[in-house]
Unconditional design. Structure first.
Length: 117
């Protein structure tokens, strides 16, 4: 199955929202690009890796300390089951805000991605 690649302006027209709105969603971590062509430079604590694309996933924001991830995962798996989906691979977690840039753990933001079919 081939993927359609769109420029942000084309996507905004298709979704009937402004480019400014899409950029805002991207900055808030609510809309993330499917594919990124550039990778950063590895450092002593950060490594960049290419991950395979997930064709379909349940994506959920988790706001709060990592110790409460179980609450978000419980809710996500409940939703998957109630709507007749099946888990189709290993989940991913993207850490947007955490101890490195946000002192208050109640404001830490992560995005959970669970492949489904």
């Amino acid at each position: 199955m081939s993927k359609m690649k769109l420029k942000i302006g084309e996507f905004s027209q298709m979704m009937q929202v402004t480019v400014k709105t899409l950029r805002h969603y991207e900055q808030k971590g609510l809309l993330l690009p499917d594919e990124v062509d550039e990778m950063g430079t590895d450092s002593a604590i950060i490594q960049f890796k290419r991950l395979p694309a997930i064709p379909k996933a349940l994506c959920m924001k988790h706001i709060g300390p990592y110790e409460r991830f179980y609450e978000s995962f419980t809710e996500a798996f409940r939703y998957i089951e109630e709507h007749g989906y099946k888990v189709a691979g290993q989940h991913r977690t993207c850490y947007i805000d955490g101890a490195w840039n946000q002192e208050d753990p109640e404001k830490w933001l992560s995005v959970i991605q669970i492949p489904i079919e």
